[in-house]
Design a protein around this ligand. Structure first.
Ligand SMILES: Cc1cc2nc3c(=O)[nH]c(=O)nc-3n(C[C@H](O)[C@H](O)[C@H](O)COP(=O)(O)O)c2cc1C
Length: 306
């Protein structure tokens, strides 16, 4: 019997549907025992978010400040064969609830020496969050052996509008009746069990050497150069702006409201302006720096840390 621990967080169920579709082959296999563990912050994050709540979470999220979690139900003494960690990036970093788990004493016990597969379901920007995940897993002496991603495949500006309607307005259907539904498409969920089928072979043989290569070949990781360039900008600027807000006060404090509000205007505006420019630049980039771009795509498709 193979024992698999699945640690995950979700607010609206977007991630859990992708996760459960992926793990269906494991679920259906009598030789595999799955334990799902939903990470629950003691103070639940709101859904839908108010404008201030949403942007106020940014500094602490970027600075990786943990929140308090409800106790785990998983057996800390069980020798799991594999741990799946499923999460969303928030503001290009691992979301607070999952980061809080990674910083907990439980994670030290549960992940020590274990093979780990990450599953991400998000809008479209997960590269920097996954770099932080890789670093945390190394610190925990865990071995990242696979990464499976689900993204909203709409153009960046369209999903910027639909994600804001989704998280701030609670719009789960077509925004204004004309925009596509936010999130992971039904067709991607139908494809998801094929990643589970790949994973199960490696779980059974306890050899993960070629897992990521096979997952990438099967489409589990698709990297768009324009988004990669865009994330590169955000990665540099976000910590600076997070510091700028934090200097004015702690999470939720009145004294930093103006700065949070400005960030809430500047961020979508910057994406609106930069997105078309970067898309054009990314089309030219392969002509100017084709080797570098290819190297970057290969780097982000695999699991070691530079
Ligand atoms: C505070 C916050 C920040 C987010 N930041 C990002 C981001 O940086 N990149 C991204 O691709 N998606 C981002 N998203 C979208 C989430 O990844 C995810 O798609 C959405 O929250 C729904 O997931 P869930 O219902 O499974 O929690 C963000 C969502 C929230 C709530």
């Amino acid at each position: 019997m193979k024992n698999v621990l699945v640690v995950y967080f979700t607010q609206t169920g977007q991630l859990s549907s992708a996760l459960k579709a992926t793990l269906k082959p494991l679920e259906n296999d009598p030789g595999v025992n799955l334990h799902y563990e939903l990470v629950k912050p003691k103070k639940a994050y709101p859904y839908p978010w108010s404008y201030m709540e949403f942007f106020d979470v940014f500094p602490e999220n970027v600075h990786a400040i943990p929140c308090e979690l409800e106790p785990f139900s998983a057996d800390l003494h069980k020798d799991y064969d594999l741990v799946v960690v499923a999460y969303q990036p928030w503001f290009l970093s691992v979301c607070v609830p999952i980061n809080s788990f990674l910083m907990s004493g439980d994670a030290k016990v549960l992940l020590n020496g274990k093979p780990v597969v990450t599953v991400i379901a998000c809008r479209n920007m997960w590269l920097n969050g996954q770099e932080k995940m890789k670093k945390k897993l190394l610190e925990l002496n865990a071995n990242l052996v696979g990464n499976i991603t689900f993204v909203d495949k709409s153009p960046n500006l369209i999903s910027l509008i639909t994600v804001l309607a989704f998280v701030l307005g609670g719009v789960k259907d077509k925004f204004l009746g004309i925009f596509p539904k936010y999130g992971v498409k039904e067709s991607d969920l139908e494809k998801a069990p094929s990643y589970g089928n790949i994973l199960i072979d490696h779980l059974k043989s306890n050899n993960y050497n070629t897992l990521q290569e096979e997952l990438v070949k099967d489409g589990a990781v698709v990297i768009r150069p324009n988004l990669m360039i865009m994330e590169g900008r955000g990665k540099v600027l976000f910590p600076l702006y997070a510091n700028y807000i934090s200097k004015k006060g702690a999470s939720g404090s009145k004294s930093r409201r103006t700065r949070v509000r400005i960030f809430g205007i500047v961020l979508p505006t910057a994406i609106l302006i930069l997105s078309p420019i970067i898309t054009i630049a990314s089309r030219l980039a392969p002509l100017i720096a084709s080797k570098k771009m290819k190297k970057e795509v290969i780097y982000y498709s695999q699991n070691s840390l530079r």
